[in-house]
Design a protein around this ligand. Structure first.
Ligand SMILES: C[S@@+](CC[C@H](N)C(=O)[O-])C[C@H]1O[C@@H](n2cnc3c(N)ncnc32)[C@H](O)[C@@H]1O
Length: 390
């Protein structure tokens, strides 16, 4: 038995410049460059090592067969090759379900590009499956294949037009003019799915620090002042509220997502929680606050004028509006491919001036990680002038 052959449990996927080989039986992935792919093709069970050397040797750098021998030995050790009985065998292609399992497993790892290749092949094998196009859109975004991501989401939307989150992402990916803020439908759908693992994902996977950084910013101006009437807009599950609780005489939380509000309720830190859209709620309430906080929430708003003006009206004299946004270089704001807006610091200054608020602090700060890169935020603390009435 001297004829190496691709292990029948291994499936292959031809990609540009080589092959991806995966053995679902032992969950093992092999990636082959062009030389590996050539040797693998010759390892079809009909040739012995001598014959493979004779055929591939002249194509090897310097005509050396050492690389061929090494490749075959390592292939056998890794279980990708086995010794056959002389019968020729065509290697099998990875199926759509094997490829989508593999893509899912590799997504978020340092093999994101391989995941993208697998997802791409899945859409070729199952072009009528919207979930395959969705997975390709995500894999393409993760690997900065922007045009592929746009095309994949467009195909997905042909069957899933009701997906407001992807409709919103496509506005960015098509470089269209953004809406004033992410639609209610988009926010509702995004956080419905996200709510159950929001805290773990943000804290453990993304090292989310915005609540602590915002609290530090507030402390830098008002120290440990407590007994405050606090409004937490876009309160989510209450991560920011938890940092502010010890300052509060009373704390109100507002969020559009009923699922996020339910998690906030379980935390037991709010005196009142309401499922409501921020600008609508601020417009109709008569309550006044010492501190209004928007932690990682105004990233769903483009132009911040309206929300700042409404917040300013609901602040007591000498009250504070504290918020985070993602810092962007494009003035005044920009809808990024993540579906979130970034803001230029000058926009914050202008918004504060129009709302009659004083910029007490406007600083850069670490918010969280995204795909291994630090997200820099703007931490803003605006103050309402005026005399407090007793
Ligand atoms: C990234 S989460 C932040 C939650 C929380 N503040 C924190 O720091 O963990 C953003 C929240 O803003 C809410 N949100 C976004 N736009 C909103 C709007 N226009 N009205 C009400 N809530 C909104 C979402 O439902 C979501 O719960």
């Amino acid at each position: 038995m001297t004829n190496p052959v691709i292990n029948p449990s291994v499936g292959l996927l031809p990609v540009e410049g080589g092959y991806i080989a995966f053995d679902p039986a032992c969950d093992r992935l092999h990636e082959m460059n062009a030389i590996g792919a050539l040797i693998a093709e010759l390892c079809d069970g009909s040739r012995n090592v001598e014959e493979i050397r004779a055929l591939a040797g002249p194509l090897m750098p310097g005509g050396s067969t050492t690389e061929i021998d090494r490749w075959i030995v390592e292939g056998i050790e890794a279980g990708m090759l086995v010794w056959g009985n002389g019968a020729a065998a065509r290697p099998r292609e990875l199926s759509a379900s094997e490829l989508s399992d593999l893509a899912e497993k590799l997504s978020g790892s340092d093999k994101a590009e391989t995941a993208f290749q697998c997802s791409k092949r899945v859409t070729e094998l199952t072009p009528d499956d919207p979930d395959a196009w969705y997975a390709l859109g995500c894999a393409a975004q993760a690997t900065n294949h922007r045009d592929e991501a746009r095309r994949a989401y467009e195909r997905y939307l042909e069957n899933r037009a009701e997906d407001a989150t992807i409709r919103h992402l496509l506005i960015a990916l098509r470089d269209e003019a953004p809406p004033p803020r992410a639609s209610d439908e988009c926010v509702l759908q995004s956080f419905k799915n996200f709510s159950s693992h929001y805290d773990t994902k943000m804290r453990d996977s993304l090292s989310y620090q915005a609540p602590e950084r915002l609290n530090d910013l507030i402390r830098s101006e008002i120290g440990d002042a407590a007994g405050l009437e606090i409004l937490d807009i876009g309160c989510g599950t209450g991560l920011a509220g938890a940092c502010l609780k010890e300052r509060a005489a009373r704390m109100v939380g507002i969020d559009l997502s009923p699922e996020m509000i339910e998690f906030a309720r379980e935390r037991g830190i709010y005196d009142r929680l309401e499922v409501a859209e921020i600008t609508g709620w601020l417009d109709q309430t008569r309550a006044d606050f010492d501190l209004i906080v928007a932690c990682d929430c105004l990233v769903y708003f483009g132009d911040l004028h309206r929300v700042a003006e409404l917040a300013a009206k609901r602040l007591k004299p000498q009250g504070w509006f504290a918020f985070t946004t993602e810092r962007g270089e494009r003035y005044p704001f920009h809808l990024t491919d993540s579906g979130r807006f970034t803001h230029h610091p000058d926009h914050i200054r202008e918004v504060a001036a129009t709302a009659g608020l004083i910029v007490a602090r406007l600083e850069d700060g670490f918010l969280r990680m995204e795909r291994g890169v630090e997200v820099t935020g703007l931490l803003a603390l605006l103050k309402k002038p005026g005399l407090r009435t007793c």
